[in-house]
Design a protein around this ligand. Structure first.
Ligand SMILES: C[S@@+](CC[C@H](N)C(=O)[O-])C[C@H]1O[C@@H](n2cnc3c(N)ncnc32)[C@H](O)[C@@H]1O
Length: 251
């Protein structure tokens, strides 16, 4: 499906996303991509384990960030602003990974309203150490530059670097802040996007670090990438029983 004229104008006004516009156009010209979702979901369903077990396999205990007052305050703020929260990652798993492994540095792609960033920063704040680098391009269709990451309160922002660029630029900039102890992928959900980012995230991940990716049932890129680097992926469903999330540790 093509872009609406207003969306084309949105892209044209922002040189930082021109590369994404061109890549999307080229993809559309190549024709429809095969739908891997049925095969990927079936594979994930075969591999999926309960979330507590997944956390244990990755080396930490599952703690529910959504019960924290700071998290609930952020949800309330988003609701008051009329922000529809959809597509958030598994924030409890992110919080738990950062609480349990006490990372010095964390990298995430895909911020949107900022609940994943908030979960990570709450854990780092509780640990008393660690910093987060996040990558997200301007939010498609929004003219509000403060939209991305708006759930993160001012008092948690000192250890946070938000790179407001697409992954293709952000990941190369982020290498300067690496290596990382935890990485989380939740941005470009195309196969091409994952194939670009996964190897780069992997190379920036310290040995013993945790690699997490959202929506791994969209296509086969995650399970194939795990096989290509010789690790067994741990896969689980989000708390609402919906989409699949995956992770593994780097040997
Ligand atoms: C599902 S949302 C992220 C949700 C967030 N991780 C959370 O759990 O609250 C996906 C985000 O990825 C961003 N995104 C999509 N394609 C991207 C790209 N190529 N580079 C950078 N960000 C991208 C979108 O702008 C959007 O904000």
């Amino acid at each position: 499906m093509g872009l609406s004229p207003s969306m084309v104008i949105w892209y044209l006004r922002r040189p930082v996303v021109w590369g994404e516009l061109i890549r999307g156009g080229a993809r559309r010209m190549r024709g429809p991509v095969p739908d891997e979702r049925p095969a990927a979901s079936a594979r994930c369903a075969e591999l999926a384990v309960p979330r507590e077990q997944a956390a244990e396999a990755l080396g930490f205990e599952l703690v529910d960030v959504t019960e924290l007052e700071e998290y609930q305050r952020a949800r309330k703020l988003l609701a008051e602003r009329g922000v529809h929260v959809a597509g958030a990652g598994d924030t409890a798993m992110l919080y738990s990974a950062c609480l349990g492994t006490r990372p010095g540095s964390v990298l995430e792609t895909g911020v949107a309203h900022g609940l994943s960033s908030l979960a990570i920063l709450l854990a780092l704040s509780s640990n008393g150490s660690g910093c987060l680098t996040s990558i997200d391009m301007p939010y498609r269709g929004s003219s509000d530059d403060a939209y991305v990451g708006q759930a993160v309160p001012q008092d948690l922002r000192s250890g946070w670097t938000l790179l407001r660029v697409p992954d293709r630029r952000g990941l190369s900039r982020a290498t300067k802040s690496g290596p990382f102890d935890v990485v989380h992928y939740d941005s470009d959900k195309t196969r091409a996007g994952r194939e670009f980012a996964y190897p780069r995230l992997w190379s920036m991940l310290r040995s013993g670090g945790v690699f997490l990716s959202d929506d791994v049932g969209d296509d086969l890129a995650f399970v194939e990438f795990a096989a290509s680097v010789g690790v067994t992926p741990t896969i689980w469903r989000k708390a609402d029983g919906g989409d699949f999330v995956g992770g593994f540790s780097k040997p």
